[in-house]
Design a binder for this molecule. Structure first.
Ligand SMILES: [Zn+2]
Length: 148
């Protein structure tokens, strides 16, 4: 069961929910995320393709810094990043998930080399204000390493 915690929730509430739920697929939109302007990371901060993010298990590169949209998401293992694009991953079967912000179709994504589940892809959002997430990827911070 995926849940989406309200943007305005403070960090203490996020902590409680994270640890009470603790189960599969907890997703939290952190404070400061702006659906009208999701590109919170300026391009000038991370010029070029380096560093890249690689699978923690097998070092298969899965995403570029320049495709990073937001670090302010949470997956089941903690902080997660939202990316415009991911590579060398396998997109699983689509499934519908009811989040607090509405109904989404998502698909788990896994490393194409070792099969480790990395996060999920937003396939479709049914609420207009959530549509900016469509086609984008959540990758859990704990599943990747940054390589220069
Ligand atoms: Zn891997």
């Amino acid at each position: 069961m995926f849940r989406l915690i309200d943007h305005r929730m403070d960090s203490h509430s996020q902590y409680i929910l994270q640890h009470l739920w603790g189960g599969d697929g907890l997703e939290v939109c952190a404070k400061g995320e702006n659906p009208q302007n999701p590109s919170l990371i300026s391009m000038g901060e991370f010029p070029g393709h380096r560093p890249t993010f690689s699978c923690r298990n097998c070092r298969n590169p899965v995403a570029f810094w320049q495709d990073l949209i937001s670090k302010d998401f949470w997956g089941k293992s903690g902080r997660a990043f939202l990316f415009h694009h991911a590579m060398n991953i396998v997109v699983g079967e689509k499934e519908e998930k009811q989040l607090i912000t509405g109904l989404f179709t998502i698909a788990n994504i896994s490393c194409s080399n070792c099969g480790e589940v990395m996060g999920w892809k937003y396939v479709q959002a049914y609420e207009p204000r959530e549509r900016y997430k469509e086609g984008k990827f959540i990758i859990e911070r704990a599943k990747i390493v940054k390589e220069y």
